[in-house]
Design a protein around this ligand. Sequence first.
Ligand code: NAP
Length: 291
Amino acid sequence: MTDNTDVPVTILGLGLMGQALAGAFLKAGHVTTVWNRTPSKAGKLVAEGARLAPTVGDALKAGPLVIVCVTDYRAVHELLDGSDAELDGRTLINLTSGSSAQAREAARWAGQRGARYLDGAIMAVPPAIGTADAVILHSGPRADFETHKPALDALGTVTYLGADHGLASLYDVAGLAMMWSVLNAWLQGTALLRTAGVDAATYAPFAQRIAATVAEWLPGYAEQIDSGSFPAEVSALETDARAMAHLIEESEAVGVNAELPKLIKAMADRSIAAGHGGEQYPVLIEEFGRP
Ligand code: NAP
């Protein structure tokens, strides 16, 4: 998978994800040094050929490329605290989940210690690591990403987003917003249909088709958002708002939770009150874009 297996790799953090990352580097042939607060979690990796460093400092000294993947940014700072000298000259790739502000702050923190820094977000579960299904997002200086991409390729489909260190975290949460919105909409419909004896499995293929159709609209709607112009080519927001009222009424009539459609209807009503009723649905970006 990689043509750059001569680069030694250090992994800090051997939770479920860290172990998967280290395993993928080992499998690709990298000399792999690992460290974990609880060293016993390194047992299987050591049996597969990993080197267990006794301290974080020793792990950092093992090579130029250091991946950290622990619970949160507080843990990242706790474990690296006191290793300033060893960080100097290293590239630190932080695959720990966190916020864009934490990523940007960590980049500054690493830079003050002479380390190069890339932030990352893993859009996959541990068993997928090492396969193309594992999408891993990176942000930070492009040159640093390009330098280490041949090694990172061992982890899955690695993607570069841009120089702003916060981008990987932002894409991560944007993806979560998408995932839960689709699931919540499906659950709303499933709850409605179950009142008429239709089971979830019967409704699922229908819901799948609707979700796929709506997904097709995104690039065109994105053009409207980027241009700031929302002509009602398909339907006007006030037409959508009437359908929302219908969804709320139906939910309440059959005894199903109506909180979610009410929330969306309230946003549409505000937008209509601001004079956007004759424009197309993506004009709601103005409601989503304010606190
Ligand atoms: P996990 O299994 O709970 O492991 C947590 C790791 O963090 C362990 O190595 C733990 O060390 C270490 N840790 C926590 N606090 C620490 C501290 N103060 N100092 C040093 N080490 C500390 O979690 P995980 O599933 O590996 O997840 C790691 C990161 O990957 C998280 O940010 C998570 O959001 C992200 N992620 C996970 C998944 C997934 O499906 N698992 C998917 C995408 C992203 P000990 O072993 O000593 O406790």
